[in-house]
Design a protein around this ligand. Structure first.
Ligand code: ATP
Length: 297
């Protein structure tokens, strides 16, 4: 039996701006997306029956039709008339409901896996067309690396890889609903907009400090106000030597960027010992997504 294993990478937002709320309720965004070295592992194989079977190692995660892996597999089956089912075992490492696109990256890996298991030979564009129906971040997760994301998240421009740096990422022990954050954002009257164009330029010229100087996330206006611990954790990371620190996505995860490995390691230890949360990671940027780990017969 052919078994495929994929590492599904998490993302952070180096910059996140909301340009406006459209009359239809959607928000027009301008974001710099970046994959990082925290990942889930999906092990997939074909089933003779028509079943889509999802199992996970996290009790709090639904393994039913509401799991984004299930939704992705179902849509692939319907769109391409696939006969046969699939079993997907998920090892969850990416913090859940954290602003790190954990569900979207799992959906992206499931799309890659279905393409391969059923030998569909799809292009990236075809897979992204399926992905966007699952969620606005899925097309980016299929692509990975560094990218500018516009529109409602579906207009993607691939950017050069950012210069290497070290990251400390921590998710406070609170749950933040993305819906709550967007509903409470005063998108049309924001006082401050991060300089996303300047950040893109800095990425093109490989200027790490030009990037970190322009880090900003307008969703902090809602999430940090509701949960001050986020600001405390950002301040803590900067006190430990981070060049800059920011909340990712709608939060509550925060990350600090470090230009020296030893400083980052010490900051990681300090964050682990500070009692804010148990979910602390020491990692870096990655330049790929959904890495296939191997095929077992
Ligand atoms: P984003 O950065 O795209 O807003 P997020 O990190 O905030 O994503 P997710 O971890 O993707 O949020 O999870 C959001 C919700 O989706 C969770 O409440 C969870 O129950 C549900 N969900 C469905 N499938 C998955 C999955 N495979 N992994 C994680 N969450 C999933």
């Amino acid at each position: 039996m052919v078994q495929l294993r994929y590492k599904a990478m998490a993302k952070i937002n180096l910059g996140l701006d909301v340009l406006r709320r459209r009359p239809d309720g959607y928000h027009e965004v301008k974001m710099v997306m970046q994959t990082v070295g925290i990942y889930d592992v999906l092990t997939m194989c074909r089933l003779d029956s028509d079943e889509i079977r999802v199992t996970t190692d996290k009790e709090e995660l639904p393994a039913d039709e509401s799991n984004l892996i299930y939704k992705a597999a179902k849509r692939m089956k319907e769109t391409f008339g696939i006969n046969g089912g699939v079993s997907v075992k998920l090892e969850k490492n990416i913090p859940i409901a954290a602003g790190m696109a954990g569900g979207s990256t799992d959906a992206a890996a499931a799309i890659f896996g279905m393409n391969e298991l059923f030998e569909l030979g799809l292009t990236m564009e075809q897979m992204q067309q399926v992905g966007v129906k699952i969620g606005a971040d899925v097309p980016y997760c299929l692509m990975g690396g560094t990218a500018l994301s516009e529109g409602i998240g579906e207009i993607l421009t691939k950017l050069p890889d950012v210069p290497d740096a070290w990251l400390v990422i921590a998710k406070p022990d609170i749950n933040v609903s993305t819906k709550f954050v967007y509903e409470n954002l005063h998108a049309n009257t924001l006082q401050y907009h991060p300089d996303i164009d300047g950040m893109v330029e800095a990425i093109r010229s490989q200027d790490l400090y030009g990037i970190t100087d322009r880090m900003g996330n307008v969703l902090e206006t809602v999430t940090v106000k509701a949960y001050p611990i986020i600001e405390e954790m950002k301040t803590f990371l900067k006190e430990q030597g981070a060049v800059n620190a920011l909340m990712s996505g709608s939060g509550p995860t925060v990350f600090g960027i470090f230009d020296k490995e030893e400083t980052a390691k010490a900051a990681y230890d300090a964050m682990c010992g500070a009692g804010f949360t148990k979910q602390v990671f020491f990692t870096g940027f990655t330049h790929e997504t959904c890495v296939k780990e191997g095929t077992e017969e």
